[in-house]
Design a protein around this ligand. Structure first.
Ligand SMILES: NC(=O)C1=CN([C@@H]2O[C@H](COP(=O)(O)OP(=O)(O)OC[C@H]3O[C@@H](n4cnc5c(N)ncnc54)[C@H](O)[C@@H]3O)[C@@H](O)[C@H]2O)C=CC1
Ligand SMILES: O=C(CO)COP(=O)(O)O
Length: 296
């Protein structure tokens, strides 16, 4: 009935949770994993409900390679990011391959490690098809509280943008700028992501909830966050390629920052924090020069 596609940190955590409710759930990934219920991709595609948890920048290629197999499937997307090649949100990418009524998105403050420990977690499931969102919410055990919403744009932008602000927060921490500075950065980051999201039709309230402020506060304040750790290490002068090699897992904010920068340039949206993160990552701008420009 349910297949999790992607067995990285988040895919394996979601599978751990769902398996407690849906005993015959299965999981698959590019590389075989020693997980009970691990099956081939073809086997996983036999189920009607798919939960896709692969790196956001890989989704378009994955869907193109499997375009026939995903037809009419009910899909829950757990990835957080904006495609920086097509400059499209993930819902737009999926709509190139299936109907928007077959797609839902799940996002919120959820470190994989804590989900694997069955710690209380709250997530939003957003879809233009609220019945589908409700159906997916039934797959989760009691320690995961799910909220249903139709603001797909807002939930997507919130989950993607918070990773970019988390990198900036890590830089702030790494430069030892203090709690005042970090609080200012995070609060302005929330305003910035809401401004960006509203341009694309998102609801402002979404950014006040778990998908927005909740996930931002979590990710921008913890070394459990890969994106936060990217920022910490950038502030210490490490090279991005070395940081990502050491991480061994995806830091989506690195790639999302480019998508936000280019979309903001294209549509003249004011995104000062994301712009500086992009310049630090892709133009090798000095972090202190970036800080001065942000404060000016
Ligand atoms: N780790 C966490 O705490 C959370 C992560 N997420 C999101 O979940 C998504 C996956 O992240 P993680 O599992 O944490 O990262 P990860 O780096 O542990 O796993 C990434 C997964 O994507 C797969 N993948 C990468 N490129 C692929 C391709 N071309 N084709 C097929 N599969 C491919 C990898 O095999 C791996 O299974 C990201 O968008 C992340 O933002 C969301 C909430 C929590
Ligand atoms: O999305 C997450 C928590 O909600 C995980 O954050 P990182 O990708 O920064 O580790």
């Amino acid at each position: 009935m349910v297949s999790v596609i992607g067995a990285g940190a988040w895919g394996s955590a979601l599978y751990h949770a769902i398996k407690q409710k849906i005993k015959n759930a299965v999981i698959t990934s590019r590389h075989k994993r020693n997980i009970e219920g691990f099956v081939s991709l073809d086997e996983a595609f036999k189920n009607e409900y798919l939960i896709i948890v692969i790196a956001a920048q890989s989704i378009d290629d994955f869907l193109r390679e499997n375009r026939e197999k995903i037809k009419n499937k009910k899909i829950l997307v757990a990835s957080k990011g904006i495609d920086n090649k097509k400059l499209k949100f993930l819902n737009e990418i999926f709509e190139e391959y299936t109907d928007k009524n077959n797609i839902a998105f799940i996002s919120g403050p959820s470190f994989a490690k804590e989900v694997k420990q069955n710690k209380p977690t709250a997530l939003v499931i957003a879809s233009k098809n609220l019945n589908l969102a409700e159906k997916f919410s039934e797959f989760f055990p009691p320690f995961i509280k799910t909220y249903i919403d139709d603001d797909v744009e807002g939930v997507e932008v919130a989950g993607a943008y918070k990773n970019v602000i988390a990198i900036a927060a890590g830089v702030c921490e790494g430069l030892n700028l203090g709690s005042n500075a970090k609080a200012a950065l995070i609060s302005r980051g929330l305003v910035e992501m809401a401004r960006f999201g509203e341009f694309f039709g998102a609801k402002k309230d979404t950014f006040l909830g778990v998908a927005g402020s909740g996930d931002l506060f979590l990710t921008a304040n913890s070394t459990m966050s890969r994106n936060y750790r990217v920022g910490l290490n950038l502030a210490k002068g490490k090279l991005l390629e070395d940081i990502l090699d050491e991480l061994g897992e995806v830091a989506e904010g690195v790639f999302t920052s480019k998508a936000i920068y280019l979309l903001a340039q294209k549509h003249d949206i004011y995104t000062p924090i994301a712009n500086e993160v992009y310049k630090i990552l892709y133009q090798k701008k000095n972090v202190l020069d970036s800080l001065k420009d942000l404060m000016s």
